[in-house]
Design a protein around this ligand. Structure first.
Ligand SMILES: N[C@@H](CCC(=O)N[C@@H](CS)C(=O)NCC(=O)O)C(=O)O
Length: 226
């Protein structure tokens, strides 16, 4: 039996969605975030040394890191529906988006979260202008242009196909779902990225996505100002 160690309001939501798409039996072990810090509770460190979610156990096997979990589940439980055929452009796109989500886009979202936290952190009045100045430099010189460029790139790709790897839903779309949900709490996608917005609408209408949401419990993502 597969167990998903599921932290509330987190990336492990997409693993539940994948398992629903695969139609595989699984159980969920729920973990709540620390009320003050929003970090994972110590119990998650018992499952994996990094104490992050998602992490799954399947018999004696423990797998952490969303991309690795997705590869493991698709390799072992997919009948070919969520993985494009080897050697095709769709398969290369699949590999690209599977890595891009956590390798390129999510670090920008995390940096945005940290900048928001610095801006709103309590601090002595004379430090505030210095902290704000540093945040403005990071935002203007690095973060904002990179986020804009990445959103523009994803928007272009989704203006040419329904899903990230073509006309069929793949597990790479499931990996990308959290990245776009994180983007949507920071940016009004409907203004400049209607195709990204449409992707989210399309995905949220899928029965497997909805079932995963019901089973997962609280799912409210932190924005840049939380
Ligand atoms: N790249 C990792 C990121 C894992 C990660 O940072 N997960 C967050 C939840 S979205 C977490 O466990 N946060 C709680 C903490 O850092 O204590 C993955 O995709 O699995």
């Amino acid at each position: 039996m597969i167990t998903v160690h599921h932290l509330e309001n987190s990336r492990s939501q997409r693993i539940l969605w994948l398992l629903e798409e695969l139609g595989v039996d699984y159980e969920i072990k729920h973990y709540a975030r620390d009320k003050k810090t929003s970090l994972a509770p110590p119990e998650l460190f018992v499952v994996h040394p990094l104490g992050k979610s998602p992490v799954i156990t399947d018999g004696d096997t423990t797998v952490a890191e969303s991309g690795a979990i997705i590869e493991y589940l698709v390799n072992n439980y997919d009948d070919g529906r969520l993985l494009p055929v080897k050697g095709t452009p769709e398969r290369l796109a699949y590999t690209y988006w599977l890595h891009y989500a956590e390798g390129t886009f999510m670090p920008l979202m995390i940096l945005s979260l940290i900048m928001g936290r610095i801006e709103s952190a309590p601090m002595p009045f004379f430090i505030k202008p210095i902290a704000r100045g540093i945040v403005a430099k990071v935002r203007g010189g690095y973060l904002d242009p990179n986020v804009k460029r990445n959103l523009g790139y994803m928007e272009l790709v989704l203006s040419q196909s329904t899903w990230f790897c073509g006309e069929e839903l793949t597990a790479a779309d499931i990996q990308m779902s959290f990245a776009l949900e994180a983007a949507a709490v920071r940016t009004d996608l409907s203004i400049e990225c209607p195709n990204l917005e449409a992707f989210l609408t399309r995905m949220r209408a899928l029965p497997a996505y909805q079932t995963a949401l019901e089973k997962g419990g609280p799912y409210e993502l932190m924005g840049a100002n939380d």
